[in-house]
Design a binder for this molecule. Structure first.
Ligand code: HEC
Ligand code: HEC
Ligand code: HEC
Length: 398
């Protein structure tokens, strides 16, 4: 049987070649850094890899990623391996400060000690030091205190760091799970977030995990309902397209910097794993029924998760649809716009803003009209009907 040279293979090779142990460790670390896409978030200027400065718009302000090149003054050149490990897997910087979860340490917690060692070696010896100071974050002082992150971590970060030698997994399903949940941090974009911005589930044990989420004005679809098999998934991860689909937006950057470098067997392992955690349910039939215009199902599918089956909402966070001024209004224009384009509460002192996704990309004008009619009828007793052409007129007038 042909040996598939994944990380496990590289690891064995590194044990065997006494001549230049570090170059093997370095390439093993580089492979991991790519699988973990450290580049995407830590490189603003491609001429200065890992020098940081990438901007993150958080609900509380603007954060910039830091320089993780081995520069001693501005980078992480004087991080010990233990300090590096703590930053990457637990979200605690060298100076003891908690890192914002924009750095996906809750996923990286799945890296084992045997992964951290080559990763650290790569950053210290395989990356060029870049003398670029970190940018100050633009977060108002009253929100900049990092201590609440300790509480956030206590609630949301998976605890004890898993030190099993994950890189030696030979079972493709386990390997795939580890790549997706761990270094690949696919959930950072594909898992919906809860009210504290935490991912609703870090493993397939949760139904929300990878079930699709809005991210930076994009929708990262459910990875548990991919309309193609493991081989086609591997293909899209390596090349950005496959027989029936192609990616764009944030996913193309993931592919450019990260998944295209996966070995064929690792890409295939991801495909197998995603296939194994499919939520079969009757989503397919549900989708059919939905396109057969059943507004009741559309309400359950798209609105009830937040507004509740009875439209009651969550006090102070999610508006109730009963007595809502937009729903009871004679003119349905704002309601249509909210359903189509979403809505966002203003950001105020110490308060995250809450937002609702828009459904213009999911529902066509006819479905939007029927859903609008359903919401108005059910929650406001309004029985005049909005038509698809009214919806289209409203949405084209800005
Ligand atoms: C999704 C974006 C993202 C990815 C991917 C990412 N980081 Fe980060 N990282 C950040 C952000 C943002 C910060 C700054 C957080 C803060 O200031 O609280 C950070 C901070 C750090 C720090 C602390 C640095 C310091 O100045 O003390 C280290 C070390 C680090 N990252 C290493 C890595 C490594 C290694 C990888 C890949 C295994 C990686 N990061 C992947 C976003 C990311
Ligand atoms: C930075 C955010 C981000 C991360 C991280 C991310 N994705 Fe995506 N992904 C997206 C978005 C947005 C889309 C939808 C864009 C598209 O399909 O063109 C997408 C689409 C996809 C698709 C569907 C392509 C299609 O249209 O058929 C697959 C498969 C996929 N991602 C797999 C993964 C896997 C596996 C990982 C982890 C290794 C991952 N993604 C990590 C944002 C992300
Ligand atoms: C991810 C959670 C979420 C989902 C799903 C969701 N909403 Fe909302 N919705 C919110 C939040 C949060 C607000 C408050 C935002 C605002 O109004 O600024 C809101 C506001 C509204 C409002 C009031 C807007 C206003 O400004 O008064 C209406 C009406 C509404 N949603 C209807 C719907 C309908 C219909 C659906 C299904 C198509 C839906 N929502 C799906 C979270 C959600």
């Amino acid at each position: 049987m042909k040996r598939q040279l994944g990380l496990a293979g590289l690891f064995l090779v590194s044990l065997q070649s006494y001549a230049s142990p570090n170059s093997d460790l370095i390439s093993q670390g580089e492979y991991l850094a790519r699988a973990a896409d450290c580049m995407a978030c830590h490189t603003q200027d491609s001429a200065k890899p890992y020098a940081g400065g990438v901007k993150f718009e958080l609900p509380i302000g603007t954060l910039y990623s830091t320089n993780i090149s081995p520069d001693k003054q501005h980078g992480i050149g004087d991080y010990s391996e233990a300090q590096f490990s703590r930053a990457v897997r637990e979200g605690v910087a060298k100076n003891g400060q908690r890192l914002y979860p924009a750095m996906p340490y809750n996923a990286y917690a799945k890296l084992s000690d045997q992964d951290i060692h080559p990763l650290y070696t790569y950053f210290m010896q395989g990356v060029k030091a870049v003398d670029q100071p970190n940018r100050d974050n633009d977060i108002p002082w009253y929100l900049a205190a990092r201590w609440p992150l300790r509480i956030w971590n206590a609630i949301n970060a998976p605890h004890p760091v898993d030190s099993s030698p994950s890189s030696e997994q030979s079972d493709p399903l386990k390997r795939g799970a580890w790549l997706v949940e761990g270094p690949g941090h696919c959930g950072a974009c594909h898992t919906p977030r809860g009210w504290m911005m935490q991912e609703k589930g870090l493993t397939a044990a949760s139904k929300s995990y990878l079930s699709g989420a809005e991210i930076e004005g994009w929708y990262a679809p459910s990875l548990r309902q991919l309309p193609y098999d493991a081989a086609q998934t591997a293909l899209i991860l390596k090349s950005g397209h496959n027989a029936t689909s192609a990616v764009t937006g944030p996913m193309s950057s993931v592919i450019t910097h990260s998944t295209q470098y996966l070995t064929d067997s690792d890409a295939q392992a991801i495909g197998l794993y995603l296939h194994s955690i499919r939520i079969e349910s009757n989503q397919q039939t549900l989708a059919l029924q939905v396109s057969m215009t059943d507004p009741d199902k559309n309400y359950l599918r798209y609105c009830s998760t937040c507004h509740g089956k009875e439209g009651q909402g969550t006090p102070n966070v999610i508006p109730s649809l009963h007595h809502n001024l937009l729903v009871t209004a004679d003119n349905p224009a704002s309601l249509i716009r909210v359903i189509a384009d979403g809505a966002k509460t203003p950001q105020t002192l110490g308060q995250f803003s809450w937002s609702m996704p828009g459904y213009h990309h999911t529902l066509d004008d006819q479905q939007l009209a029927e859903l609008t009619n359903y919401v108005r009828g059910r929650f406001a007793g309004k029985h005049d009907k909005v038509t698809a052409s009214q919806v289209s007129t409203i949405l084209s007038s800005h």
